[in-house]
Design a protein around this ligand. Structure first.
Ligand code: SAM
Length: 277
């Protein structure tokens, strides 16, 4: 029997009209829609008069549900996967079933559409050429600190998803590391209260309690390129320095050479430190 197809369908991030004709067609024609929150997706389906068998597929049942969906796909059923908003898999469920489909040689077709961070980025006025999308910052202290260090030295535009009630805390964490860089909050994209709020980090912290709805934080890249300045280097550990170059794709040997040069120390000193890495 021919296997079915898994369609990964992007849905609106607010305005129900932000969906493609193709996505509507696919939602109308598949056998099953796997949805993060079936009640939420029903609003979209009702708006477009689509009546379809819905199965819930969310973070807490992703593992089990993906097995069940794989069985249906093997029986030849076509399935559309949607999340509550935007593109599945982007800070939303999707990854697990997609990986399983690849293992099982089940065809996956992306159906493009809205994605919140892309729209925040393009209207932010910040560099769009190169950027880093971090999703939600980790809550674990150590992981969060590592991410903040990454933001501190990155010369690319940084994009972070955040929940409004955590905005103040996150801005305060950012205050410690971003100095004079531009910061923009994109709020309620495609909805009535859509807004791009720019200000100094201090101003934004003061306003943060009034900023409601769905938000994205965008931070200008670190343009000072002062990694080889003494002050900056004193502030980052050797490990962070190593990670900085590793992220740029340099090989270990090259990284050691660069670190030694930046810190004006003998290459062997750095080599000894990382020889077990
Ligand atoms: N899959 C979605 C996408 O493609 O962007 C993201 C889902 S993630 C669970 C939800 C986060 O996305 C929110 O906390 C917010 O940071 C961002 N987001 C989603 N819709 C938004 C909107 N209309 N305006 C601003 N941010 C939005």
């Amino acid at each position: 029997m021919e296997k079915g197809i898994l369609y990964i369908v992007a849905t609106p991030i607010g305005n129900l009209e932000d969906i493609t004709y193709r996505a509507i067609n696919i939602l109308q024609n598949v056998d099953i829609i796997a949805a993060e929150d079936t009640r939420h997706t029903l609003k979209l389906l009702n708006y477009y008069n689509i009546s379809k068998h819905l199965i819930s597929y969310h973070r807490h049942n992703e593992e089990i549900k993906s097995e069940q969906l794989i069985e249906k796909l093997k029986e030849g059923k076509n399935i559309a996967l949607v999340s509550d908003a935007g593109t599945p898999g982007i800070c939303d469920p999707g990854e697990i079933i997609i990986k399983k489909c690849i293992e099982e040689k089940i065809k996956i077709i992306p159906v493009p559409g809205a994605c919140a961070f892309v729209n925040a980025l393009i209207c932010s006025g910040l560099d769009t050429n190169e950027f880093t999308f971090l999703g939600f910052l980790p809550l674990n202290k150590k992981n969060r600190k590592n991410k903040l260090n990454e933001i501190k030295i990155s010369n690319k535009t940084i994009i972070i998803y955040e929940a409004p009630h955590k905005l103040e805390k996150t801005l305060k964490d950012l205050e410690e590391i971003i100095e004079e860089r531009k910061i923009i909050i994109a709020r309620e994209l495609t909805k009535i209260h859509e807004e791009f709020i720019e200000g100094s980090i201090k101003e934004l912290i003061e306003k943060s309690k009034e900023i409601k709805g769905e938000i994205i934080i965008l931070i200008e890249g670190n343009k000072k390129e002062k990694l080889n300045e003494k002050n900056e280097l004193n502030e980052i550990s050797l490990e962070e320095h190593y990670a900085y170059y590793e992220k740029q794709g340099f090989e270990k040997k090259e990284i050691i050479k660069k670190i030694a040069k930046d810190r004006n120390v003998n290459r062997n000193e750095i080599y000894i430190k990382f020889c077990k890495k």
